[in-house]
Design a binder for this molecule. Structure first.
Ligand SMILES: Nc1nc2c(ncn2[C@@H]2O[C@H](COP(=O)(O)OP(=O)(O)O)[C@@H](O)[C@H]2O)c(=O)[nH]1
Ligand SMILES: Nc1ncnc2c1ncn2[C@@H]1O[C@H](COP(=O)(O)OP(=O)(O)O)[C@@H](O)[C@H]1O
Length: 204
């Protein structure tokens, strides 16, 4: 039997740098886990490609996916739906590969309920003012949306205790290094437990 892959969830407030960190991790040739591309009803931003950045859906299409149970989790975030395709995640884990989700915190809580054995990492900003800075610098939101995202961020930061690890995104490089180290360590820990059990069963 193939040992199941590890489900890795990276979450944290909008603008903290989840996308930036995730892209850097996946640009490294040694990265051995699979990125689960999300579904969203948000309109593509300039340069975003359907099937690469997201699967872009209409509201009707997304609601059909919800009804059909095709999403592992979904959330409405600042007026749009975002969700994770369940079949892709289950098939990839069953094939023994690790799956990496980059999602907001409501969705991460839903995944926690369905996959308590997953690895949950919270990406935290160095400060709230730096978080606002990053959202403003990115230049993708209107003034009103920035306010809503900052309000959402404050509620989200309160949930960081529910995560296995908190990584501060001070510098992208060092945040990526810490995330990779956590994943390696977690593999060692889990494998060691598995080996110990196998040995116990052998002598039994
Ligand atoms: N729950 C959930 N959140 C998602 C999913 N995909 C992306 N998100 C999150 O939705 C939020 C908004 O994403 P987006 O509009 O791309 O903006 P950005 O991440 O702030 O650049 C971010 O916090 C993403 O991490 C998903 O499949 N499920
Ligand atoms: N460690 C960092 N230091 C400074 N700026 C960062 C850092 N990480 C990300 N950024 C910038 O912050 C903005 C938000 O990052 P993004 O990855 O879009 O966040 P998220 O996906 O969490 O919403 C982008 O302009 C990005 O270049």
């Amino acid at each position: 039997m193939v040992e199941k892959g590890l489900l890795i969830v990276l979450s944290g407030p909008s603008g903290v740098g989840k996308g930036t960190v995730r892209k850097q991790i996946f640009s490294q040739p040694e990265t051995a886990f699979e990125y689960s591309i999300s579904m969203t009803t948000r309109k593509p931003r300039e340069g975003e490609v359907d099937g690469v950045d997201y699967f872009f859906k209409s509201r009707e299409e997304f609601e059909t996916l919800i009804e059909q149970g095709k999403l592992l989790e979904y959330a409405e975030f600042v007026g749009n739906y975002y969700g994770t395709p369940v079949d892709y995640v289950r098939e990839t884990l069953d094939a023994g590969k690790d799956v990496f989700l980059e999602i907001e915190v409501q969705g991460a809580s839903q995944v926690r309920e369905k996959f308590p054995e997953g690895l949950f990492i919270f990406l935290a900003p160095p400060s709230l003012s730096e978080l606002k800075n990053r959202i403003v610098t990115r230049g993708t939101e209107s003034e009103d949306l920035i306010g809503r995202r900052m309000q959402a961020a404050k509620d989200e930061i309160e949930l960081m205790d529910l995560y296995d690890y908190v990584v501060e995104n001070d510098q992208v490089d060092s945040a990526c290094r810490r995330i990779n180290a956590i994943i390696v360590a977690e593999h060692c820990r889990r494998e060691r437990v598995a080996i110990r059990y196998k040995k116990m069963l052998e002598v039994d």
